[in-house]
Design a binder for this molecule. Structure first.
Ligand code: MEV
Length: 275
């Protein structure tokens, strides 16, 4: 039993304020096995086990391919995997909508004020448009989208701290509306099979303006942009150290990959629209 991580193609942070975001499930996943009699000490794991009805009776063994705290939805994927697997163990399989609600409960503990996008992605899968509090919409895209996830370094902050940082920022509204508009434009272009590089870059610059991208990631993003790439962080970002994963689009991803290899920067090629 496995659940999968996610990449936000457009709209992170703005989605907390009711704007549209686009999110795709990726093939990096989490596997959970039930371990009878194990006592969980981690708050989140304990909560997920409890929600699934396994309190004190069972614990879990988690194996994850998703780098933790890098913007790829690791916490929601772990919570959903635990809930599903513990319920299967007790022979009470869980439906999607209930799984979404329980995963959200865990995300509220982890993130404070989550929009629900990570929970929606892990539960409903595929490529979806997400607006807080509204039903998700599955998005069919005309051409597969190939991109690289590039590690700009582990953030020094949690998602909760990054969401709070944006909340405190004065004059953020204009940038947030602009990000929402770009997300809707990207949705339309993907449906028609059109190029989205310029819009991804615009979203990337707006996140930098919003103050969620650190110096290290901005320097790397600008270097890749000079090579003609479109770059934005994906997920909550970070400013103290790294900013988590960045998504990079370029007609020649192999060329970008060879530069990253030379600089010993980790990256993962992924294809959207093929999960
Ligand atoms: C985190 O994956 C995405 C954020 O927009 C937070 C949220 O939507 O809950 C930063």
């Amino acid at each position: 039993m496995k659940t999968f991580g996610k990449v936000i193609l457009a709209g992170e942070h703005a989605v907390v304020y009711g704007e549209m975001a686009l999110v795709a499930q990726i093939s990096l996943g989490v596997k959970v096995e039930v371990v009878v009699g194990k006592k969980e000490t981690d708050l989140l794991i304990r909560k997920a086990v409890e929600l699934a009805g396994g309190k004190d009776k069972v614990g879990v063994k988690i194996t994850s391919e998703i780098p933790i705290g890098s913007g790829l939805g690791s916490s929601a994927a772990v919570a959903a995997a635990i809930i599903k697997q513990v319920r299967n163990y007790f022979r009470k399989p869980i439906g999607e909508d209930e799984l979404f609600e329980y995963t959200m409960e865990c995300e509220r503990i982890a993130h404070g004020n989550p929009s629900g996008i990570d929970s929606a992605s892990v539960v409903y899968g595929g490529l979806i448009t997400f607006v807080k509090g509204k039903p998700i919409e599955k998005l069919k895209i005309k051409n597969k989208l190939k991109l690289l996830l590039v590690n700009s370094g582990k953030p020094g902050e949690t998602t909760r701290e990054m969401v709070e940082l944006v909340a405190q920022q004065r004059g953020k509204e204009k940038n947030i509306r602009e990000i929402g508009k770009i997300a809707r434009e990207i949705r339309d272009k993907l449906a028609k099979g059109e190029e989205i590089g310029q819009l991804i870059n615009k979203n990337g610059y707006l996140l930098e303006k919003l103050g969620v991208v650190g110096k290290k990631a901005i320097t790397l993003a600008n270097k890749l942009r000079e090579m003609g790439a479109a770059v934005k962080i994906t997920g909550a970002g970070g400013v103290k150290t790294g900013s988590g994963m960045m998504m990079v689009i370029h007609p020649n991803l192999e060329k970008i990959g060879s530069v990253l290899r030379d600089e010993k920067i980790d990256y993962w090629p992924i294809t959207i629209g093929a999960t």
